[in-house]
Structure formats: C-alpha cells, structure tokens
Design a protein around this ligand. Sequence first.
Ligand SMILES: [Zn+2]
Length: 356
Amino acid sequence: MNKLLTLLLLFIVTLAGQNGKPKNIIILIGDGMGLSQVSSSLVSDSSNAFQKFPTVGLSVTCSADKLITDSAAGATALATGHKTNNKWISVAPDGTILKTVFEYAKDKGKAAGVVVTSTVSNATPACFLGHGTDRKKERELAAQYPDDNWDVIIGGGLKYFKPFNDTVNKKMFTDKISKLHNSGYTVFTSADSLLRLQPKNKFYALLAEDGLPGALSRNYTLADLTNAALRTVTRNKKGFILMIEGSQIDWALHDNKSREFEAEMKDFNLAIHTALDFARKDGNTLVLVTADHETGGLAIAGGKTDTTALSYAYTTKGHTASAVGVFAFGPGAEKFGGIQHISGIGKKLIKLLTNK
Ligand SMILES: [Zn+2]
C-alpha cells in the first residue's frame, strides 16, 4: 500500500512538472543586482547560488517614462506584468490599479508573503502588497496591508504602523498594530523572538523602525527570515507565493561601498540557497531570482584568481539601464530563459498562476 501511495505521489509530481505549473512560487529580488554584481559572486564564491540554476535569461528594465528605472517601476513590472512610471506603485500611467501576482495568488486560495531587509512599505515590497502613485508615502501604503490578509510580512518599518498625526497633509493614521492583533496576527518586533518562537500561523515581523540593520551588523540572516516565512506559508495546502528581497544590495551600491555590497550579496546568496533547498525537496516550486535594475554601474576592475579579494569600479551613485540576470529553477523555469522585458517576467508569473 505504501509503495502504491509513493508511486501515485511520484506520478502526481511528474504530472505537475510536465504541465509546467508550479504550486508554489518563490521570487527573490536582488535590488540593484546587475550582471557585474552576480559576477562578483561567481568569481569569488565557489558555493554561490547562481550556478545552481538550469535556466538563465536577461531582463531589460526601463520603465514607462524613463530609460533608467527606479525600484517602484521595476517592481511594478515584476509584480503586475505592466510598465509604469518611476515612483508609481502598481498603478498604470493612466491611473488604472494594476492587479498584482500576490492578488492573483490570493484569488487561488494560496498564501502570500514578503521578506525584505528594507521597510516592508518600501517600493519593492509595496508593489506586491499595495497600490499608489508615490512610493514616498510609505505610511499610506502600509495602511493598506492589514485589510489584505497577507500571511507573512517580515522586514523593517515598524514606525509606519504606529498611530501618527500628519499635520502637513491633515491626516490621522490609526494604530495598525492593534488592528493586526484584532485580525488574529502575531506581531513580532524582534528577530530573537521571531526565530525562537517559530510561528506557524500568520504573522507580521516588523523588526526595526526603519530598514533592518545591514548584513554586516545583523546577527541573523535573510535566510533565517526566509525559513521563518516558509514555516508559515507551507501550511497552506493550495500553495504559496513568497517575495524575498535583498533590499540593501542597492543601498550599498548607491554609496559605492564594496565591503557592504559583498556582505549583502553573501546574505542574499544564503537566502537563494534556502529557497532552492526547499524547492528541490518539494518538487513543485518555481524559484526565480532577478533584479529590478542595476545600481552603481559596477565593474570588477581587479583581483586575482587565487584570492577572493576583488576591486571594483563604479560609474555612478545611481541606477543604470544595464540589463539584469534572470535565474529560474523548477516547474515553469524554462519560460524565463532568453531576453525579455522586465514586465514580461510579471506576465509569465501571472500566467503560471492563472492559465491566462
Ligand atoms: Zn536604488
């Protein structure tokens, strides 16, 4: 009987693989992570996660109104399959609200969550979780989250969930933490308690007032946080979608700080490994790694083959229009090879979820 059951399960898993529709999707975004940034991992870290992907593609990142995108338009393209203007959060240039891949996943009864090292209302996560025409209005974006019944939200930005009297715009923001408690969420404000208690039910972990500490000064990794999210979302029998962001790769590159950049890449690599380990065991999970844009105009300008010490050259403290990499593993992965526009990635993700 057990043998029969195993055969049946194998048959089902094979079928799932054949029709190329994953039950679960994990999308990992390295903010600002262009091809030189990936190359840095490839030449200095023999256990880098990128070499594990069977499908590799390129993504052209320009936004609807600018050759050089920001994270808002970049993440809107990934989350909705549509181009928009810089600074806009999953709203089209004509003002239409764009349905996100997270909203499609929820329609299918799947769990949905984000794990980021920025504030959870920063541009990238906000594009998956909310809508708006100004990425800077983080308090307004965060205020949308409690109504949407997301399963796991991990990152910084606790201050945007506290009561606030906005005297400039004459707007009162009520306490969202108690609203979350009333809706059945556990709210963690320290990584220690999150990682110690290992919650299984829906939760928010708002681990800093602003962004989380950088990888060099944190005593936990993005992989630890990813595992915490997986523990909860895997309980949904219909599957899940998770977006995990190495948010501060971009910040280190804006500052042209190489040591910080390398630490953020290492932290992000660990999170990718965690996602791949899960996907390999599960057999029905698509893992997609990409970026919203390149930052720093980075080049690897020196170093030796027998040492991991690299030297870098930067051409800007801003973003560039250089193409970024796309790495895919699992059912549906083959759709992400070749050259595509960044909004094409979002379209493919939505198609995989909806058959549309
Ligand atoms: Zn940036």
